[in-house]
Ligand binder design. Sequence first.
Ligand code: ASP
Length: 321
Amino acid sequence: MADATSHQSTETRFSRRSLIALADLSSDEIRSLLSSARDMVDAAAWPGAARTDLAGHSVGTLFFEDSTRTRSSFTLAAQRMGAHVVDCSGAGTSVSKGETIVDTALTIESMGVSALVVRCTPEDGVRAVADAVQCAVISAGAGAGEHPTQGLLDCLTIAREFDRDDAFDFSGLRLLIVGDLAHSRVAGSAVVGFTKLGGEVICCCPEEMTPGPPMASSLTIERDLDRVIQDVDIVMMLRIQMERGADPGSMNAYTKAYQLDARRAALMRDDAIVMHPGPMNREVEIASEVADGPRSRIWTQVRLGVPVRMAALLHCIQSTT
Ligand code: ASP
């Protein structure tokens, strides 16, 4: 299936074996991945193997934490590029018998895969895998650190929405991230990606969910959601990461101060959009009428995860051959 390639090409091509964190990448490398993903949007929507670039390759997915969107999206991305997928998930693997993540990765690599997609709880776990194996390694989220392909799909969603998907220059755009930034790897990658592309990030959260360094140094912290929400282009809502020790205190007080409900959404600029990485806790951080309303781009984010992961797999695997 032919891809549209009429857009401006980027100068520095992303050609790394591993994609661990957007913090490792230059802004040109991020633009290069986003350009490829943009050019794969049509192929990603094709049911079946739309391309054959990765025919003959196998991709191992190693998820040591739960996942719905990310795992299925990597699987579909690999299949749409013509690759085979072998799925190993935490509960059914030998990690539950005491095997280390690195040994599990070496085991699957020894059977002959071209890439491993890894999600794990230690923030440095995916990097440890990449150091140990020879094949391509892509992070599918590591602890409270980064979730680079989520950051890329968020940037692609924003670029397409605001007509920045030629040069991927976000100057003049303001992104507001609301909620549990302290424990969110989605925020970790969104902040890095969005600021490297020239945008401005503001966060609004309670004291105990305020991010520490290095994230804190590249954003403005606000506490009054009603005020700040009026002056931004994108509002990204986050789930409270209870499994990482987040404690919202009184849930009533939290939702009163930070839930995006219809009244708050009405304060937003006419063309401002709402994003959420999923899974959503409806009526906690976001009201259903907003999640299902006209500003929501939540399902667009999910859809664009596939071309982003197709691009990531292609570039990382190509750099090993
Ligand atoms: N799915 C995202 C993640 O893996 C967001 C979340 O779980 O809240 O981090």
